[in-house]
Design a protein around this ligand. Structure first.
Ligand SMILES: Nc1ncnc2c1ncn2[C@@H]1O[C@H](COP(=O)(O)OP(=O)(O)OP(=O)(O)O)[C@@H](O)[C@H]1O
Length: 932
């Protein structure tokens, strides 16, 4: 750099063309460094090089210090300039380009320094490139400065200036040399040292790195990133420590966020770079961009014009205010009418206000926004409904619902970028140019520097508040959980007299949450205060400069007012911009959750052009069917049987044997792993899924009704059914009379999931629903469980109506309900161990006979209580419900007693029958069993 105190240089008489070149270089140099750094860093981030570079550079610390020295050298030159100016009573202290050049260099290398010290895995070429530019530019600028300077012996300041430049240049060379030497030695070590390293982690942390020691720990040859990248941390804390901390007390929100970010990481790795990653969001394009709506597309374009107009108005308003002040003060260069100027100002304010362009923009945008919100929500909902059972089994319904509602986040991202970030950047560029043109480059520099420092501090403060915010969210979830548990489990709370306990629990949770919220609030208030101070300092610097120029006749008081107004206008977009990264990353994670769902393909699908099922009677054939839910544990093994049209097949066996699974396979909720299932000779995988399910009626053990009227719930099976048809179905299900006794008859609301109906009523409504559907094949999954004998008889009647002439499959634990089935299949551990009619199986004296005898006998009174259940000691074991009449029981007993007892006669007896020994002890299936 030249000597700024040289008066010949200052008056610009010496070497005029060279002086111009030098002035240009003073501006071009920091600009080149900044542009290079921003472009290369963006490329490195977008192409995921930052993730790939895991090797810590052994000379990183030294390079960082050298960079710091470079920055300080610019400040040193500035300080000497100031001191010199003060001593010589010179203002400005030197040519503008010199001072601006020095300040810009300090700022730009400050940005590079901030990047280097924060990057966990720095990709080096953006940093080394800036040193490379310095390597070329510094000597050129230095030489030109010497040439521009007039002859004569160098003064003390000349010597100081030259020494500073030389020292800086040396630092640049050293940094480059360290980098190349470090890279070379790291490559060499990597190749040879892997086997020689100590298996035990060294105690040293960061300090070891600077002398080239390998920092790796136990058995790790390449985890330098963990240590090395933290090397600047004096406490040597590592990522792994941090991540293990974050696993504690994870609330549902954090779990979702973590899973989404893991998913994002995974996909980023797969895609290779951010650009292709972003492309995967193109699935949402048809919902965001109104593809077939020309009028909406025009609106989007007009919104773009509105934004540009707003940028323009943002400059015009402060300018107009300045003009008014100048006109009133008589300083205006041209003759102006103040009234007109004020009117024009008012017009501009109106256009910029909520009643002007903003209103127009909203009017244009709202239909587009709601189009995309509606389109994404419906598409996501429809996609989720069309996904298969495996997806619904693996995701919690609240997660799915959250993800569907995340559709908004995708339009949020676009809105943030297009309507906030881009206009804000344009505003900043315009401000820089306009203020530089009006007040000179100092003012432009102050604007940009303030914006840069503000952004840096604001983003750092937001990051610093992260853990406080995390605690707050955790406390919020805890409070929500305690509240929900108390309300949902109210009957338990009340019956155990624990209302006081729940109140205390809730009040502790609330005060904890309030405490943490206050901390976050206070943190934000502090952060805002700090941000305000930065802005105020910038404004003060800008205002001082403007005042100087006004007092020296270089600017008008109108210009000063313009500056103040302009600054005020820039504050809110700057604040928004600071939190933009955070809000975009939050929206991106939410969008990721939805994207994951949208990219999930249904595992059970109709084949392309699959014909509808041709139903010719209902012959169902299972042929060596194997199935596994998770492709690891086999649930069904070689299941083979045939059900001829109109017959009934019952499945019995221990709980968890796989009975309900067989029914689910027939309805194609899952696809079998091997074998085949045929209906009337057609493999169910080869026919249209919709036509298959249209032929099947299901009565699940725990039917789920919608919170609607009984009429609508029954009609759900056939939306076009008339009231009469619904009545007929209910009569057939023996529930009609009972419904009429309800206060609102068929219009009675059944409550959430049908809670207002009794178990027996619920099941008969479900049967009525199945009857209305008139299915060709009926699946009854414990349709008569958990009801009293009288109700069961009514249900049995209803079922008889439903099953008449239809191929029926029944899962039942109470054997008395299925003894009349045409075929009874005993399933144990996913295999068929016996099959035949009731009589056949009793005669065979196998597993079924064993189950049967246990169910019809009253349990022996002297049965020993189990050791692990001391509480029941001395008590009578409860009798098993026997649904048979006394006469039927004695005749059945007689059959069992008269059957041969030799094992040979027990045809098809299972080897592992004792595995199912406990079957009869649990006559009812757990109530959590899902609807088929
Ligand atoms: N959606 C699922 N995902 C994974 N495993 C499952 C799923 N549904 C059931 N299983 C497992 O498959 C096995 C068979 O379950 P299934 O419901 O078919 O038994 P079941 O014989 O009908 O029992 P129960 O008599 O108690 O109703 C069980 O071990 C169960 O844990």
């Amino acid at each position: 750099m030249s000597d700024p105190f040289d008066t010949n240089a200052a008056d610009g008489t010496a070497g005029l063309p060279l002086r111009h070149v030098l002035a240009s270089l003073h501006y071009a140099y920091p600009t080149a460094v900044f542009v290079y750094y921003m472009v290369t860093s963006t490329i490195a981030v977008c192409t995921l090089q930052t993730r790939a570079s895991e090797q810590a550079h052994p000379r990183r610390r030294a390079i960082t210090w050298l960079l710091m020295f470079v920055i300080l050298s610019y400040f040193a030159q500035l300080v000497i300039l100031g001191v010199q100016g003060a001593v010589r009573h010179m203002f400005p202290v030197a040519e503008q380009d010199i001072v601006i050049g020095l300040m810009s260099c300090a700022l730009v290398f400050g940005v590079v320094f901030a990047g280097l010290s924060e990057a966990p895995n720095p990709v080096w070429y953006p940093y080394m490139g800036t040193f490379g530019i310095a390597l070329v530019a510094e000597p050129v600028i230095g030489t030109l400065s010497m040439m521009v300077r007039a002859g004569g012996s160098p003064s003390f300041t000349d010597i100081f200036d030259i020494s500073t430049v030389a020292a800086r240049y040396l630092a640049v060379i050293l940094a480059l040399a360290f980098y190349f030497e470090g890279s070379y030695s790291a490559r060499k070590e990597k190749g040879t040292d892997a086997e020689r390293q100590s298996l035990l982690k060294t105690n040293g942390h960061a300090d070891n790195h600077s002398n080239g020691d390998q920092p790796n720990g136990y058995g790790a040859t390449s985890d330098a990133s963990t240590d090395g990248n933290q090397s600047s941390d004096s406490d040597g804390s590592t990522d792994s420590n941090q991540s293990s901390d974050t696993d504690d007390d994870e609330n549902p929100y954090e779990r979702r966020q973590r899973q989404a970010s893991e998913q994002m990481e995974k996909r980023l790795k797969e895609k290779g770079n951010w650009v292709t990653y972003a492309k995967s969001f193109m699935v949402f394009f048809p919902y965001i961009w109104p593809v077939n709506h020309r009028s909406l597309q025009v609106r989007v374009v007009l919104v773009g014009f509105c934004l540009l107009a707003m940028n323009f108005i943002n400059v015009l308003i402060p300018r107009q205010l300045g003009i008014i002040i100048d006109t009133l003060g008589g300083k205006s260069e041209v003759e102006r009418n103040p009234w007109n100027e004020v009117l024009f100002f008012a017009a501009l304010k109106l256009v910029a206000s909520e009643a002007g362009l903003s209103l127009l923009r909203q009017w244009l945008w709202i239909p587009v926004e709601f189009y995309s919100f509606g389109a994404i929500s419906t598409a996501a909902y429809s996609h989720v409904l069309n996904l298969s059972s495996d997806f619904h089994d693996s995701k919690s319904s609240s997660d799915i619902m959250m993800a569907i509602s995340c559709g908004q986040s995708i339009s949020n991202i676009l809105e943030s970028i297009c309507f906030r970030a881009v206009p804000m950047l344009i505003d900043m560029v315009v401000a820089f140019i306009y203020l530089s043109a009006t007040f000179g480059p100092y003012e432009g520099f102050i604007t940009i520097a303030t914006a840069a420092i503000f952004m840096y501090i604001a983003t750092r403060m937001i990051a610093a508040l992260k853990s406080a915010r995390r605690n707050e969210v955790g406390a919020w979830y805890k409070e929500h959980y305690v509240r929900q548990a108390g309300i949902q489990g109210w009957s338990t709370v009340a019956s155990f007299n624990q209302i006081g306990h729940e109140e205390d629990r809730y009040s502790v949770a609330v005060s904890d949450r309030v405490d943490k919220t206050q901390k976050v609030y206070f943190g934000y208030v502090l952060a805002y205060a700090f941000q305000f101070l930065v802005l105020l300092s910038g404004l003060l610097a800008g205002a001082f400069l403007a005042v100087y120029q006004v007092t020296h006749g270089q600017a008008t008081s109108g210009d000063f007012i313009m500056l103040l107004t302009y600054w005020a206008q820039l504050v809110s977009p700057l604040t928004f911009f600071a939190s933009l990264g955070k809000s975009i990353s939050r929206d991106l994670l939410q969008a990721e959750q939805l994207l994951e769902i949208m990219q999930t393909k249904p595992s059970v699908l109709s084949k392309e052009g699959a014909p509808p099922l041709e139903f010719t009677g209902g012959n169902v054939r299972f042929d060596r069917v194997c199935f596994s839910y998770d492709k690891k544990k086999e649930i069904l093994k070689n299941i083979s049987f045939t059900a001829t049209p109109g017959t009934s097949v019952a499945f019995v066996g221990a709980t968890g044997a796989g009975k309900s699974t067989i029914l689910k396979l027939l309805d194609r909720f899952y696809d079998i792993t091997s074998g085949s299932i045929e209906i009337d000779g057609q493999d169910i995988r080869d026919v249209d899924l919709y036509s298959l399910r249209a032929q099947i009626g299901v009565v699940p053990q725990a039917p789920i009704l919608f919170d609607d009227t009984i009429m609508n719930n029954v009609r759900y099976a056939k939306l076009t059914a008339t009231d009469e048809e619904v009545y007929e179905a209910c009569k057939a299900a023996s529930i009609h009379e009972q419904i009429l006794t309800f206060s609102d008859g068929y219009q009675t609301k059944v409550g959430e999931r049908g809670v207002k109906l009794s178990g027996g009523e619920l099941q008969r409504v479900a049967i009525a629903r199945a009857i209305l559907k008139r299915p060709a094949i009926v699946l009854l999954d414990e349709a008569t469980s958990a009801v009293d004998t009288e109700t069961e008889q009514k249900i049995q009647e209803a079922l008889r109506t439903l099953c008449e002439g239809r191929t029926t499959f029944i899962v039942a634990h109470r054997l008395s309900t299925i003894m009349n089935a045409d075929r009874i299949i005993v399933v144990t551990g996913g295999e068929i161990v016996e099959q035949g009619s009731h009589e056949d199986l009793i005669r065979a004296d196998g597993k079924y006979a064993e189950l049967w005898s246990k169910q019809i006998f009253v349990k022996p009174k002297d049965k020993e209580p189990r050791d692990d259940k001391p509480a029941t000691k001395g008590r009578k074991a409860p009798n098993i419900v026997n649904d048979l009449t006394a006469e039927a029981t004695s005749s059945e007993l007689a059959k069992v007693k008269s059957t041969p007892t030799t094992k040979e006669q027990a045809d098809g007896q299972a080897e592992g029958s004792d595995k199912a020994e406990d079957t009869t002890d649990t006559p009812t299936t757990p109530s959590h069993k899902k609807e088929v």
